[in-house]
Ligand binder design. Structure first.
Ligand code: ZN
Length: 199
C-alpha cells in the first residue's frame, strides 16, 4: 500500500507541539482523555492545511472550449459550504461561498468550483485574502470576461472568544473584469441574494 501523501504537513512535529501545548496549560497530556489528542489534532490539521500542497489551478485544467462565436452567459454557483482556519488565532471560520463568472472562450465542470474553494480554504487564511485568491484562481484558470466571489462566514475567533458576537457573520467580495462594473455586479448580487428561494 502506498504511503498517504501528507504534503507539507508533518504529523510528528504537530503531535509533539500539541503535547507541549497541553503541558503549557497545566494539563497532564498522559491522562486517558488526552493521550490520543496529539494524534487527533495532527489528523485534523492535515485536513485543515492539506491545501498548502495543492495547486488550485489544477482543478481548472480540464476546461470545455466554447464554439466559435458562442458567447457564454453568467455562471453562478451559490452556497458552496466551506471551512477555513483563521491564521491569527488558528480557530476555524465556517460559511458559504458564491462564485460567479462570465465565460470567455471556456467553461469548466461545475463540480470543480467547490474544489478550488476547498484547496484555498485548506490553508492558514484570513477571509479577505481567501476571497481574493479564489477570484484570482478563476481569473487565471478560466480567462473569463468577469469574476465575482462572495464569502459569508462566521469566525469562531469572533463568536467564541474576545467580543463573543455569536450571530455575527462577515461578508467579503472580490470582483474581476466586467463584473467590477456596478450594474453587472448588482445583477449578480441580486441573484445571490435570492439564494434559498428556489424550491
Ligand atoms: Zn481570528
Amino acid at each position: 500500500m502506498a504511503a498517504i501523501d501528507t504534503g507539507r504537513v508533518d504529523h510528528v512535529r504537530i503531535e509533539a507541539a500539541v503535547a507541549e501545548l497541553l503541558a503549557a496549560i497545566g494539563e497532564d497530556a498522559a491522562r486517558p482523555g488526552l493521550v490520543d489528542t496529539p494524534k487527533r489534532v495532527a489528523a485534523a490539521y492535515q485536513d485543515f492545511f492539506g491545501g498548502l500542497s495543492v495547486d488550485p489551478l489544477s482543478h481548472l485544467a480540464d476546461t470545455i472550449e466554447l464554439a466559435d462565436g458562442e458567447l457564454g452567459e453568467l455562471v453562478l454557483v451559490r452556497d458552496i459550504d466551506f471551512r477555513s482556519m483563521c491564521e491569527h488565532h488558528l480557530l476555524p471560520f465556517v460559511g458559504v461561498a458564491h462564485l460567479a463568472y462570465i465565460p470567455g472562450k471556456k467553461i469548466v465542470g461545475l463540480g470543480k468550483l467547490p474544489r478550488v474553494v476547498d484547496t484555498l480554504a485548506s490553508r492558514p487564511q484570513v477571509q479577505e485574502r481567501l476571497t481574493e485568491e479564489i477570484a484570482d484562481a478563476l481569473d487565471a484558470g478560466l480567462e473569463p470576461r468577469g469574476v465575482l466571489v462572495v464569502l459569508d462566514a462566521s469566525h469562531t475567533c469572533v463568536t467564541a472568544r474576545g467580543v463573543r458576537q455569536g450571530k455575527s457573520t462577515t461578508v467579503t467580495l472580490a470582483t474581476r473584469g466586467i463584473l467590477r462594473e456596478p450594474v453587472q455586479r448588482a445583477e449578480v448580487m441580486a441573484l445571490i441574494g435570492s439564494a434559498g428561494t428556489v424550491a
